[in-house]
Ligand binder design. Structure first.
Ligand SMILES: NC(=O)C1=CN([C@@H]2O[C@H](COP(=O)(O)OP(=O)(O)OC[C@H]3O[C@@H](n4cnc5c(N)ncnc54)[C@H](OP(=O)(O)O)[C@@H]3O)[C@@H](O)[C@H]2O)C=CC1
Ligand SMILES: O=C(CO)[C@H](O)[C@H](O)COP(=O)(O)O
Ligand SMILES: [Zn+2]
Length: 341
């Protein structure tokens, strides 16, 4: 069959390419229904990812957050119409120590490999996880981002010491919101504190124990462990502030992506015996955990509804551009594309 792939060819410019795909394979074919824009996609769309990466990775279909419906399963395991979330990481080998999302050989969609902006997505059998039909599709569209927070927290749980009285989350955006919410659900007796730049964003964190603007943090405030969900230029000052406020031997889970190297006060990392935990992307087990968590905690999904920003119906390439442009001007939440192209 001929599949249409909508690829970014240069900043702000998409082109359709036609790819002949055989149905005589083991791949499951999924029709995307709702897709969501990640900060990483915006770095490619605007060209801020840097010349070298743009030249190396483009042309490429963007988007790695999305759900869809099975249209063809060669083995018949999944019925046509089954609602699924797609796993963007595609491992090519297994390792008993290194998780699939850290293997250098893995292929990640919309980072050098075509993402979900296509008519149909061809996926290996273990790259889908079935969703309940009744799940809010606008929230389900960004499950991948929820798996990032889940992965980071699970990783923290295996590596950090056991005192978990107070958590600090830096970043009053999407990932900060999701991370704080999961922490609050997993650790109801712990204090979760959010640190951000703007009061109107902090006001969305209605479930949080305490919220601070970063220039108004009490000097004597101390946390056991921190999660950084800032990225970009703000990462440096966030990590620096975390180091100031963390209790000795605490852990800092870093999730924010920065284009340039970030300076870190290593002297204080040493003096306080801090554990730094880098965390990137996610794998199938994180999707399974996350979907189970969402099924068990309906109020968690309801809270996430407040992250749904603009929902954009996409029928043309111009609609894709409009959705990306609108996303750039929105100050809160996730932009979702209803994929009708
Ligand atoms: N590790 C991974 O696998 C993944 C990483 N990410 C990365 O995570 C980062 C956050 O993503 P997302 O939440 O969607 O982005 P957002 O822009 O929604 O969130 C970042 C927030 O941090 C705020 N901020 C800026 N500086 C500071 C600071 N010093 N202290 C506290 N808050 C600050 C920003 O405020 P303002 O806008 O006012 O500057 C913004 O509200 C990005 O770098 C993204 O690429 C995303 C997905 C996966
Ligand atoms: O968003 C992400 C995962 O959800 C990652 O941050 C993203 O994959 C990083 O990729 P790149 O190196 O292409 O910016
Ligand atoms: Zn992402």
């Amino acid at each position: 069959m001929i599949n249409q792939v909508y690829r970014l060819v240069s900043p702000r410019q998409f082109e359709v390419t036609y790819k002949d795909r055989s149905l005589q394979s083991d791949c499951i074919v999924v029709r995307p229904t709702y897709l969501s824009i990640c900060a990483a996609d915006q770095r490619y769309y605007t060209g801020s990812r840097g010349k070298e990466a743009m030249e190396k990775k483009l042309p490429m279909a963007l988007i790695h957050e999305g759900i869809g419906k099975v249209v063809y399963d060669p083995s018949g395991e999944y019925k046509t119409g089954t609602l699924v979330v797609m796993v963007p990481n595609t491992p090519t080998e297994k390792d008993e120590i290194v998780a699939e999302n850290y293997l250098r050989s893995s292929k990640f969609r919309s980072s050098g490999y075509d993402g979900y902006m296509q008519d149909y997505i061809f996926l290996n059998r273990d790259r889908i996880v079935v969703l309940p039909e009744e799940m809010d599709p606008h929230v389900a569209a960004f499950i991948e981002l929820i798996t990032i927070a889940m992965h980071s927290i699970v990783r923290f749980e295996t590596k950090a010491h056991a005192r978990r009285n107070t958590f600090g989350v830096w970043g009053d955006g999407n990932l900060g919101f999701i991370t704080s919410l999961i922490l609050k659900k997993r650790y109801p007796d712990s204090k979760v504190i959010i640190f951000g730049k703007k009061q109107y964003k902090l006001d969305h964190f209605s479930f949080i124990d305490e919220a601070y603007q970063i220039d108004q943090v009490p000097e004597d405030l101390v946390i056991d462990h921190a999660f950084e969900a800032v990225g970009g230029k703000g990462s440096q000052s966030a990590i620096s502030q975390i180091i100031d406020h963390i209790y000795p031997e605490g852990s800092i889970s870093i999730m924010g992506v920065s284009e340039y190297p970030v300076e870190i006060n290593t002297r204080m990392i040493l003096e306080k015996g801090i554990i730094l935990i880098g965390s990137s992307r996610s794998g199938r087990s994180d999707f399974v955990n996350t979907v189970e968590f969402m099924k068990e905690h309906s109020e968690f999904v309801e809270y996430l509804g407040s992250l749904v920003g603009d929902v954009h119906e996409v029928r043309t390439i111009q609609d894709i551009i409009d959705a990306f442009e609108k996303d750039l001007t929105s100050s809160w939440g996730k932009t979702v594309m209803e994929w009708k192209i």
